[in-house]
Write a protein that binds this ligand. Structure first.
Ligand SMILES: C[S@@+](CC[C@H](N)C(=O)[O-])C[C@H]1O[C@@H](n2cnc3c(N)ncnc32)[C@H](O)[C@@H]1O
Length: 269
């Protein structure tokens, strides 16, 4: 099947983007609050282990269950946990549309750029989160907001547009539709959550110069997965278009400071 984002293919190099996303984990931790020992935390669509592993390190005695649909992503996460010798952690392959977890089986749920973003009908995911979370349990979910709020990925996607594979174009369009104000909040309320709230959380990412920003954008494995193989002329076009779109974020010393923003949702079962 022609997939949109093939996370199994991206797993080996996925961690290169984790430093950029760290501020989001901090904010998720703020909204989640401290976890008492014994708390079972579910990290949904955990990828290579975040934000679950960071939250576990901050909350000794809590237990972490990370689940992801891509076996290669979950395998990277499991390797990290094993390397750190972490007890009370398990990473499993599971689809957020049908979780193999019993009703009210977990005490808290987090997800960073996993649920409510990637599947065609996120209402099903909202209902699954409501099903597995115990009454009184808390969830905190970070999702992308409008594409243009994330300058790097927006500029890169715009520059790649002539070559983006159709399923990727469709997935980006869907994300834009999901980000319409109030939609995700409504899905969570309809699924049974009380006191659903959200905020637009903003931060910025710095690159010392154009070469470093391009080195980040020009990752062959990522580009191939979304746009197929690009030749030298096509890559030159991508670079020129992308840098034109980010000109306003160039500082006097040649560095770049690029705004990012996401929507964080939280509430109680
Ligand atoms: C953008 S990554 C985020 C990974 C991680 N949470 C992080 O913030 O670093 C999205 C993850 O969602 C997973 N995913 C996509 N669709 C899924 C589904 N239906 N069920 C479970 N995981 C899914 C992907 O495999 C990928 O690991």
């Amino acid at each position: 099947m022609d997939k949109d984002f093939d996370f199994d293919e991206l797993a080996a190099k996925f961690d290169r983007i984790l430093p950029i996303l760290e501020p989001v984990t901090e904010r998720i931790a703020d909204h989640l609050g401290p976890l008492t020992p014994g708390t079972e935390l579910l990290d949904l669509a955990c990828g290579t282990g975040e934000p679950g592993l960071t939250l576990l390190a901050r909350n000794p005695g809590a237990r972490l269950r990370g689940v992801d649909a891509a076996p290669a992503m979950a395998a990277v996460a499991a390797k990290k946990a094993a390397a750190k010798g972490l007890p009370d952690v398990r990473f499993e392959v599971m689809d957020s549309l049908g979780l193999g977890i019993e009703d009210r089986g977990v005490d808290a749920v987090v997800s960073r750029f996993g649920v409510l973003s990637l599947v065609p009908d996120p209402r099903v995911e909202a209902r699954e989160v409501a099903r597995v979370l115990r009454l009184g349990g808390r969830f905190v979910i970070a999702t992308w907001d409008a594409g243009s709020k994330n300058i790097v990925s927006y500029a890169l996607a715009a520059a790649l547009r002539p070559w983006l594979r159709p399923p990727v174009v469709a997935a980006l369009e869907r994300q834009e539709h999901f980000a319409m104000p109030g939609r995700r909040e409504a899905w969570l309320s309809e699924a049974g959550f009380a006191d659903v709230r959200s905020e637009l959380f903003s931060w910025s990412v710095g690159f010392a110069d154009e070469a470093r920003l391009w080195a980040f954008a020009d990752d062959p494995m990522f580009l191939r997965s979304v746009a197929g193989d690009l030749d030298t002329a096509q890559l030159a076009h991508v670079r020129e278009t992308m840098f034109d779109l980010v000109t306003e974020y160039r500082q006097a010393d040649g560095s770049y400071r690029l705004p990012y923003a996401c929507r964080i949702l939280w509430g109680v079962r």
